[in-house]
Ligand binder design. Structure first.
Ligand code: SF4
Ligand code: SF4
Length: 522
């Protein structure tokens, strides 16, 4: 039973490391009758046809695979492992700093950018209004939103299949803020890994209280800023500035939103940290099925590195290039050893590349023992990024984007429904005309005010509104009412006639639609 549980954990990890490749096959079972009294395997036999013999159980884990036996974020006694990653330095870190500056600049500037007098990006989930690069998607365009999300997901699948977790390491707001903002604040106030550990173990002196207060106050301020940033994408900067400049009691719900989001971000960056990636994030969990042996990931070149051996001065070295310095483990923010192969916890932050390159430089070996590469490239020196799988995803993506493009181009600014009033019948008028009563609804699919008029194109006839309805539509607004359509009997050839109507704003035709008109049988 215990072995079975362990085997479950094995399957949970996606691992492409050579040392564990032999137990990755789901058809690999242990001959249980021949296992020793600890339940550990005496021999491992792959079952060629995939059958699972009755007297065989999933393979137990040997000590060399023991890293798979537990989650790096949890200690042996079930408590959380709090990681103190060493301050990263090096070429890849410098590149990431530059990229972070660029991405944070874009993130903070974008809410202020406007296109056609509306925000460039807006994700108002509260009112179901979205603006994506000037394209307004209102509640009526749920299909457009659904298709946009679907093509975005297919894009993510394609991107991940080729480039692995590049997004996680470089652009994900969680990693960007955690590693490049909150972690930097922590290093600046509490020092590097060793000093942080000492400080946490030290008694509560005045100095410790001062440092902890400074750190957590800074965390709170940054969390508040991020909460405002998030809200600027949800409600727009104009609404946000009202909350800031006007009395709070006029904006209690939105102000509460800022407070709640500040608390959530503070909790996330001060406490949850790496576990947001390893436990909460669904994208991280999907890596096992999205990536394959050709995906580019941060990987340890086990062909070059193994067998590992510490460096002994004056000794002829016959071992691999890994000198077992554990620097790659010390810098890892998720506490894993990349030499065990690609693991679900790895966010591809590149810190271990820099750490290993520094060591390689020091001992005079070539850099790149840990690098961006793929399992296939390590094994055969060749990487095939364009595979049948990526081709298939690309075709699906092109189809989705084409459909999306067509729907956007052919989309109208208004959507009108005009139905005969329920239970109503045609009316024969004394002047030789027939009337039908209709109810109508006009939806504004833009974010601007629209003043529509409805006209009957064919056959010739008259539209008569019941009362004087105000058809002026606010952005994403709706207007409704009832109207009569009156048509001369002579123009009606059958009991049921198709009518063609148009919606105009001034001289601009916004939409054309059809409905039916009932008349007495000839
Ligand atoms: S294994 Fe390397 S790339 Fe992956 S999270 Fe750890 S330090 Fe970052
Ligand atoms: S940093 Fe490089 S040399 Fe040192 S343990 Fe890691 S892989 Fe081996």
């Amino acid at each position: 039973m215990r072995n079975q549980k362990r085997a479950e954990i094995v399957r949970w990890h996606f691992n492409s490391g050579r040392r564990s490749a032999k137990i990755r096959c789901p058809n690999l079972y242990t001959d249980y009758k021949n296992s020793n009294h600890f339940g550990l395997s005496q021999s491992r036999k792959p079952i060629a046809d995939g059958r699972k013999p009755k007297d065989m159980k999933p393979t137990a884990i040997t000590s060399e695979d023991s890293f798979r036996d537990h989650f790096s974020g949890v200690s042996e006694d079930g408590k959380r492992n709090w990681f103190y990653p060493q301050k990263p330095t090096g070429l890849w870190h410098n590149r990431r700093v530059l990229f972070t500056i660029a991405i944070l600049t874009i993130l903070f500037v974008t809410p202020f950018l406007k296109f056609n007098n509306q925000p460039l990006l807006l994700f108002n989930v509260l009112e179901r209004k979205f603006i994506i690069f000037g394209l307004f998607i209102g509640p009526q365009d749920y299909w457009l939103f659904g298709l946009t999300m679907l093509s975005f997901m297919v894009f993510i699948v394609l991107f991940t299949t080729i480039f692995g977790r590049l997004w996680c390491g470089w652009a994900c707001p969680q990693t960007v803020f955690m590693e490049m903002v909150f972690r930097k604040i922590e290093y600046a106030i509490e020092g590097d890994r060793g000093k942080q550990k000492l400080l946490n173990k030290a008694p509560w002196t005045g100095g410790k209280i001062l440092r902890k207060t400074a750190k957590y106050s800074a965390f709170l301020v940054v969390s508040f800023v991020i909460a405002n940033l998030l809200l600027s994408y949800v409600i727009g900067v104009d609404e946000l500035s009202k909350i800031i400049s006007e009395p709070i009691d006029e904006h209690i719900p939105l102000f509460s939103g800022i407070v709640i989001f500040t608390a959530v971000f503070y909790f996330n960056f001060a406490w949850l940290r790496d576990q947001a990636c390893t436990v909460v994030c669904p994208y991280g969990r999907l890596q096992g099925v999205l990536m394959d042996r050709n995906s580019i990931v941060v990987a340890y070149d086990y062909k070059r590195g193994e067998p590992r051996e510490k460096l002994h001065k004056g000794h002829d070295r016959s071992a691999g290039d890994c000198i077992s310095c554990f620097q790659c483990v010390a810098v890892c923010p998720t506490g894993i050893d990349i030499r065990n192969g690609t693991q679900m916890e790895c966010v591809n932050c590149t810190a271990c590349i820099d750490a290993c390159d520094t060591m390689m430089d020091k001992v005079g070996f070539d850099k790149g023992l840990i690098r961006y590469t793929s399992e296939n490239a390590i094994v055969s020196g060749v990487n095939k990024s364009i595979t049948n799988r990526t081709r298939a995803y690309t075709v699906v993506l092109i189809l989705l984007w084409s459909a999306l493009g067509y729907l956007i181009v052919s989309r109208n600014d208004t959507q009108t429904t005009l139905f005969r009033a329920p239970g109503s019948h045609y009316i024969e008028n004394k002047d030789g005309t027939i009337s039908n009563l209709y109810t109508f609804k006009i939806f504004n699919k833009t974010n601007q005010v629209v003043k529509p008029t409805i006209k009957l194109d064919s056959p010739k006839g008259t539209l008569l509104f019941a009362g004087k309805p105000d058809l002026t539509l606010d952005g994403a607004g709706m207007s409704q009412g009832t109207l009569f359509i009156i048509i001369p009997k002579a123009a009606l050839k059958s009991r049921k006639t198709k009518l063609r109507l148009s919606v105009f704003q001034g001289k601009e035709k916004l939409e054309t639609f059809e409905t039916t008109f009932m008349a007495p049988e000839e």
